[in-house]
Ligand binder design. Structure first.
Ligand SMILES: Cc1ncc(COP(=O)(O)O)c(C=O)c1O
Length: 382
């Protein structure tokens, strides 16, 4: 038992009046939102306190990265993954999406292309176009009998072109909920080395590991060979449910790559704000019971969701996002179909996989249960 259980996470918090993207989309309609990836849980007290203490000072001026935050992040990386990196490898950013778009722009060349396994968090799919590059989408495949999504290295090899420079990885994977194993990451690292690709690894969901048999491994920590060709992106904002206080970190070992990344950033990307820095400092210092309590709660939600969805989804190893196969319902517009039935889900088409929907199960159980009753009906139409 942890100190944080249902008495904390069951609490329904009315988000009306906060201009919440998740809730305002369906304002005035009887549609429960299980779409965008933020949680309907209160942030932990120690985050709130850190922000509030910062607000006690009345000036929110331009702020340099606080040295205690640098130290807290480096310690967290070492404590969590046994990976100690020097301070000069870090580039602080106001968001992970900013980070992978900068990576694409830093490496852009005329006629260049970017390899992206799909389905994937939809801003990945806009990134090549933003950087004037071509996106080469390669579907993940279901491993036979193992009910998990894996990379198809034959298809990846076939997709690579001489001008392909970048591979974009989501690990843990949004939306399939995979936490790639060491063996899988080793194979991917070998592939990137063999094909001379730079790897941009979005690891924003790294602390949300639900399956006790799964773990997170930063791919750049596997070996110096893959480390020097990787841009790793981290943020504490998903874990502690503060995506509106965006602060992210790019870890870039190679000095030339770091220089190119900074050049792409120059003059365009604002600094991180003082409240976001304060919140991230509290987050990276945390090793208390709140996160284990959250993971237990999410695991129970996951169990309830699976009981309703069954084989339509693969088990979620990490994240709080489930990827539901609804192709057999032959829906013209799955997003609209579920909205008509009172459920706001993310349509798979935006992730590069029509016929699927993504369900965010990070919410208080009373809300989840209402949603699951609707989902059960929607999946078995009369
Ligand atoms: C895989 C992934 N990367 C990045 C983000 C967003 O990161 P940020 O808000 O720091 O740009 C999300 C949010 O859902 C995500 O799921």
């Amino acid at each position: 038992m942890t100190a944080f259980g249902p008495e904390v996470f069951d609490r329904l918090i009315d988000r009306t009046g906060t201009w919440s993207s998740k809730w305002d989309k369906y304002q005035g309609q009887d549609i429960l939102p299980f779409w965008v990836a933020d949680m309907d849980f209160a942030m932990p007290d120690f985050i709130k306190q850190a922000v509030s203490e910062r607000l006690d000072h009345e000036i929110l001026g331009y702020t340099r990265t606080p040295p205690p935050l640098v130290e807290a992040f480096l310690d967290w990386l070492e404590r969590s993954y046994g990976w100690r990196v020097p301070e000069e490898w870090l580039v602080w950013l106001p968001g992970v999406v900013t980070g992978f778009n900068l990576a694409a722009r830093a490496l852009a060349e005329p006629g260049g292309s970017i390899i992206i396994p799909t389905p994937v968090y939809y801003p990945f799919l806009h990134t090549p176009r933003n950087a004037g590059q071509e996106g080469l989408q390669v579907p993940l495949v279901l491993e036979s009998g193992r009910s998990r999504w894996v990379m198809d290295f034959d298809a990846l090899r076939a997709a690579v072109r001489p001008q392909s420079r970048l591979f974009m990885l989501s690990n843990p994977q949004n939306p399939t909920g995979r936490a790639y194993t060491r063996a899988e990451l080793n194979t991917l690292a070998e592939f990137c080395i063999e094909q001379d690709l730079i790897l941009c690894s979005d690891e924003i969901h790294c602390s949300l590991i639900l399956d006790p048999d799964a773990s997170h491994i930063p791919i750049a920590s596997l070996s110096p060979e893959i480390g020097t060709r990787t841009i790793s992106l981290f943020a504490a904002t998903k874990t502690y449910n503060m995506p509106g206080l965006s602060c992210a970190i790019a870890v870039i070992a190679d000095p030339d790559l770091r220089r190119a990344f900074r050049r792409a950033q120059a003059g365009l990307v604002p600094g991180v704000g003082p409240l976001a820095y304060a919140a991230s400092l509290a987050a990276y210092r945390d090793s208390g019971p709140w996160l284990p309590g959250l993971l237990d709660y999410l695991n129970d939600n996951h169990t309830q969701l699976r009981a309703v969805v069954g084989k339509r989804m693969t088990p979620v190893e990490a994240t709080y996002l489930a990827w539901l196969d609804v192709r057999d319902l032959n829906l013209e517009d799955p997003g609209d179909y579920f909205e008509q039935r009172g459920l706001g889900l993310s349509d798979g088409a935006a992730f590069g996989a029509p016929g699927y929907v993504r369900f965010n199960f990070a919410c208080p159980r009373p809300l989840l249960e209402r949603g699951l009753r609707r989902l059960q009906k929607a999946l078995r139409p009369a």
